[in-house]
Design a protein. Sequence first.
Length: 355
Amino acid sequence: MKLTFLGACRMVTGSNYLLEHDGVKILVDCGMIQGEQFTEDKNYDEFSFQPGDISAVVITHAHIDHCGRVPRLVREGFSGKIIASHATLDFAYLMLEDSAHVIQMDAEQAGYPPLYVQEDVTRTAELFHGVNYHEPVTVGPFTIELFDAGHILGSAFIRIMVGGKTIVFSGDLGNPPVPLLKPTEQLPATDYLVMESTYGSKVHEPAQERKLLLRSAIYETVTMRGTLLIPAFALERTQEILYELNDLVEHKDIPPIPIFIDSPLAIKATRVYPKYNQWFNQETRYLIANGDDVFKFNGLKFTSSVQESRAIAQVKAPKVILAGSGMMQGGRVRYHAKLYLSDFRNQVLIVGYQV
C-alpha cells in the first residue's frame, strides 16, 4: 500500500489523497484549493497522476474543498466510480453546479479558460455511486466503508481495507453536540489514521454559549434598530443557524423581526434535508415527528431571485440577513456588506471558518 498526500497538507483546503496497491489507484477527496488568488491559482496545476488511471474517487462530504475539483478530474479522463453517501452526492451536485457557474464568471472576467463547465458537472453526476453507512463496496483490492462523521449531513470518515491492513481517512469531523446531527461514530480498529486538525489548537465554546451569542447579537441589533449580517456557508452552517433561530423564535427568546435567507444555494440545500431526516439526531427527529418544521418559522423569508435579494434593502430595520459566501469572498453577502457596514448600528456575526 502506498499513500501520497496531494492536498490539505500544511493548509486547510484542497483535500486530496492518492492510495495505491497492486497497480490499482483510488483517490480520497479531490477538493478545491481556497484562499488568496495565488493559492486558488494552484487549482490549475497539473494533477500529479493521470486521471484516466484512477479507478474510483471516494468523497468524504460535499463541501467544495473536498469535492470541488472532481469535475476537472472527469474532464481530463477519469471515468471510474465516485463513491459517497447518498446525501453527499445530492449535495455535491448542487455545490458543483454552483461552483461551475462561479468559475465560468471568474474565468470570463480574468480572460482564462474555466477549470470546468456545467457539462463536466453533468458528466460527473453520471459516475455517482451512492452507498449507505456501513455498506462495504469493493474497488479492485480495496474494501471501502463509510461511517458517520457528524460534520455535515451525509459526511463520512472512510475505512479502507487492503493488503491485510486498514487505513482510515477522517475527512472533516463534527464537534458534538451540534444542532441537527448525530455525534461522530466511534472509530473502528485501524492500522493507520489520516486525521484532520483544522481546530486542533482550539477549544470550542459550549454549544449553548454559541446559541446565547446569537441571541445576544439579535437583541443588540433590535436595540440599535440595525441589521445583523451573518455570512454563512450554504451547506450545514446555514441550516444549523436556521435550527437555532427556529428554537429562539418558537420559545419567544428573541423579538419578532424579519429574517432573510439570501442564498439560492443554501435554499436548495435546505430543501434536500428532509429527504435524509433519518440521519438527524434524536431531538431533531422528535421535533419533526411532533409537527415542528425546524427550517420554517414566523418572520423567515427565502430570497432566491436577485430582485428579492435587492428588495431586502427596502425592509425597515431591525432585520437579520444570512447570506453566502461564508468567507465573504463572493456571493450576495458582499453586496450587503457594502450596503450596511458603514453604519455603526449594523454588525456582522462570523459563524464559520475563515481562511
